[in-house]
Design a protein around this ligand. Structure first.
Ligand SMILES: Nc1nc2c(c(=O)[nH]1)N[C@H]1C(S)=C(S)[C@@H](COP(=O)(O)OP(=O)(O)OC[C@H]3O[C@@H](n4cnc5c(=O)[nH]c(N)nc54)[C@H](O)[C@@H]3O)O[C@H]1N2
Ligand SMILES: Nc1nc2c(c(=O)[nH]1)N[C@H]1C(S)=C(S)[C@@H](COP(=O)(O)OP(=O)(O)OC[C@H]3O[C@@H](n4cnc5c(=O)[nH]c(N)nc54)[C@H](O)[C@@H]3O)O[C@H]1N2
Ligand SMILES: [Mo]
Length: 695
């Protein structure tokens, strides 16, 4: 179970220590290679593996505190059963057998009526292929439970990429270091993609120009040469105006366009409708910024775009990604290994989904699909022919929906239903766990096997357990195996060990021995994947005009779609609010780690001085942020990080650790994006006022 000792940087200082190779489980593009130093069965520290090129021996502040999280005094270490009213957070310890027997009996009874009344709810608490959906998908397929559409993060952008480039593919991240222009678009790299930022900084030292496109003056924007502070949800307008300029100045790679793209004439016509003046108006930025960026993009080689998901959490997020993903083909940036675009690299990984998730266990059944972002409304729906059965049971793992899903007032109401049977697999008493009937203690990444793909680089990582499970904690896979046995699921796949699941995840596409020996394996990919076209689209071309979208009655070309909630459309709620991640949290994970929470201080709303003055608001004052969906209390910070008309509510606090038991998702809506049915967290109008009675 324990890895052989390794030497070199980050290695053991005490000969009795063991160093175990692992992988960071968190939902972050960096997917770092970890080295955990273990002494007498206790993990002393977690460090970055210097042998892994992308990690380069360095970790972010959060994960370098991973032992603090794993050994946290509030870690749940035994199964708990609810003893108070729903949501009261009152629990009593219970034995594993009693808990599993009861859960299995309850699920069996519901499934006998209609298995679709059971819903799994999971996301990316761990990004591991095994502790993620490895055994869980098999279990829910065999059961015939409702299918969960896992859209909460990247659905719109993912669909934007797929309908343009053919898959979630792009530049190899390591070559950003050689770029001469880097556009950081909708990403606060210093906070959320630190290992990419290291490359961008090196490129900067080597003479590259860095441009940041973000409504918020983020830490990253501070350090770029130029910051374009556009209004939220206006990125497609900017991209179309850039095309307009590329066309009118003929900064185009005609040869690349002719050979490797589809629908150029139509896109050209669309782009010509977007002179910079029109886009400047929509984006709320100076015309000159657009003109200058177009010139830089059209004349600098190689030019690379680091797009991130921050810009697709709005109604037109899918179209915006489509528009931006067209740009590299127009200037032939893909010809260079340091040119092109990277939003996600996950499509490069040969995950063996059928072998791992076993959809064949459905045996022809086609359960209904529930979109995870409308969980608030869906938990409150009755049975109907259109919806199907009322949701009677919810099994939550790797997610904290009460804190992270939009319109949390509705989500809480749903979770408070006395007739809902809720099981939560967790490390901590999160806002969601507080609403459980049973809480099952889960292992952390130090305590279980897993194997990881990445969305920010192209290496597979293996995670070996460094220590035994703490207390009575059991891995997600273990819980689903145990439930499968109790439900009489006898397919041999339900006995697969975690190591077998690790091997199954990539099958023979990745050499498992390499993973065992060095902890990671690099996918064999060309340096410049689309230098000669060869996009993974049906035509092999970059798809400007997508006939499939047109056939579905959608626009075949990318366009700017205004937000659902545009400033000026509401008299009562004049301010646009975005809620990007706080640097020292990972979504809602780590909010309960005191040393990290202390760095963040309190939940904050950043406002521009003019917006604050108009409302008599000063820094440090408690404010009430509200709209028709609810209200959120937090501290105001009059800040140069906010542009006029836009407020930044940094996320995602646990409600119970925030002010008055609220967090920013009280205000966000359950609308879905143009493509991919994703969330619109950053498409949200609010008003702000000093709180009546400061908390
Ligand atoms: N420290 C930390 N790291 C994280 C996370 C975290 O919570 N904390 N979250 C992880 C997750 S789940 C993900 S999905 C990834 C990527 O996470 P992202 O959501 O891409 O996170 P950020 O890199 O912070 O980028 C968001 C940036 O987009 C900006 N933005 C908001 N609206 C718009 C818009 O309409 N247009 C443009 N151009 N920009 C906009 C925000 O101001 C913010 O600076 O990061 C991961 N890494
Ligand atoms: N307002 C607003 N809301 C947002 C966002 C935003 O930018 N603004 N970002 C959105 C995005 S991008 C995302 S990805 C989602 C994130 O939503 P989630 O994926 O739900 O992320 P977390 O809040 O980190 O919650 C993950 C939970 O999984 C648990 N966990 C971790 N590892 C394990 C394990 O091995 N087993 C079990 N059983 N549990 C484990 C952790 O303890 C944690 O409580 O939030 C979204 N919500
Ligand atoms: Mo995410």
């Amino acid at each position: 179970m324990i890895d052989t000792p390794t030497h070199g940087g980050g290695g053991p200082t005490n000969p009795a220590d063991t160093v175990v190779r692992g992988a960071c489980p968190h939902d972050c593009p960096d997917t770092c290679a970890l080295l955990t130093t273990v002494h007498n069965g206790v993990a002393l520290r977690v460090q970055g593996n210097p042998a892994h090129r992308h990690t380069d021996g360095a970790l972010c502040t959060k994960v370098s505190r991973y032992t603090e999280r794993s050994y946290h005094p509030e870690r749940i270490l035994q199964p708990l059963k609810r003893v108070g009213p729903k949501g009261s957070g009152q629990f009593a310890p219970v034995g594993w057998d009693e808990a599993l027997d009861d859960i299995a009996a309850r699920l069996k009874a519901i499934a006998a009526r209609d298995p679709e009344a059971i819903l799994p709810y999971s996301y990316a608490g761990t990004m591991g292929q095994v502790q993620g959906e490895g055994m869980a998908a098999r279990f829910f397929h065999q059961l015939g439970a409702s299918h969960l559409e896992r859209t909460i993060c990247a659905a719109a952008g993912g669909e934007g990429l797929v309908t343009t480039l053919g898959a979630k593919v792009g530049m190899k991240v390591e070559f950003f270091v050689e770029a001469k222009l880097i556009v950081i678009w909708g990403s606060n790299s210093i906070a959320s993609n630190l290992h990419f930022w290291r490359l961008a900084q090196q490129a900067k030292r080597d003479g590259a120009r860095l441009v940041c496109i973000d409504p918020r003056r983020s830490e990253t924007a501070d350090k770029c040469h130029e910051h374009i502070a556009l209004r939220p949800g206006t990125d497609a307008a900017l991209a179309l105006a850039l095309m307009h300029e590329l066309i009118t100045h003929d900064w185009l790679d005609h040869d690349y366009i002719a050979q490797h793209t589809l629908g150029w004439d139509a896109l050209r016509e669309r782009a010509l409708q977007w002179p910079p003046e029109r886009a400047a108006e929509v984006c709320g930025i100076p015309v000159q910024q657009i003109i200058d960026l177009a010139r830089a993009y059209g004349t600098t080689k190689p030019a690379a775009i680091r797009l991130n998901y921050g810009m697709q959490r709005v109604r037109g997020g899918g179209n915006a990604v489509r528009a931006i993903a067209c740009l590299p083909a127009l200037v032939g940036a893909w010809r260079h290994r340091a040119g092109g675009l990277l939003l996600s690299a996950s499509g490069h990984f040969p995950v063996q989904r059928a072998a791992l998730h076993r959809p064949d266990l459905l045996a022809g059944r086609q359960p209904r699909t529930i979109n995870m972002i409308t969980i608030g409304d869906d938990l409150l729906r009755d049975s109907s022919p259109a919806f199907g059965p009322k949701i009677e049971a919810l099994i939550v793992y790797n997610s904290n929906p009460v804190a992270v899903a939009p319109e949390s007032g509705q989500v809480v109401k749903g979770f408070e239903r006395e007739d809902l049977f809720t099981v939560v697999l967790e490390h901590f008493l999160t806002d969601t766990a507080d609403h459980a009937d049973y809480i099952l203690p889960a292992t952390t990444q130090l305590e279980h096997w897993d194997v990881h793909a990445s969305y920010g680089h192209t290496d597979v990582l293996l995670n070996r357990p460094a220590i035994e499970p703490l207390g009575q904690a059991r891995s997600n896979t273990d819980v689903f195996r145990a439930l499968a046995a109790r439900l009489g699921f006898d397919d041999p796949c339900f006995s697969d060990s975690d190591e077998t699941l690790c091997r199954t995840a990539f099958g023979d596409q990745v050499d498992f021995q390499t993973l065992l020996d060095q902890g990671f394996a690099t996918l064999p990919l060309p340096d410049a994947p689309f230098a000669q076209g060869g996009f993974p689209t049906p035509s092999g071309r970059c798809t400007f005009f997508n006939a499939g979208l047109a056939a579905m009655g959608l626009d075949g070309l990318p366009d700017h779609l205004p937000n659902f909630e545009t400033p000026g459309s509401s008299e009562r709620y004049p301010l646009a609010m975005i809620s990007p991640p706080a640097r020292n949290f990972l979504n809602s994970t780590f909010v309960n780690v005191k040393s990290l929470r202390d760095i963040e201080g309190e939940p904050v709303l950043e406002l521009h001085a003019a917006d604050a003055a108009a409302r008599g608001i000063q820094s440090g004052q408690v404010v009430r942020v509200f709209n028709d969906r609810g209200e959120y209390l937090c501290k105001a910070e009059v800040s140069k990080r906010a542009r006029p008309g836009v407020v930044n509510g940094l996320g995602i606090w646990w409600r119970k650790l925030g002010l008055a038991g609220t967090n920013v998702n009280q205000l966000t809506s359950q609308h879905v994006t143009d493509l991919g049915r994703g969330p619109v967290f950053y498409d949200c109008l609010v008003e702000v006022e000093p709180a009546a009675s400061p908390t």
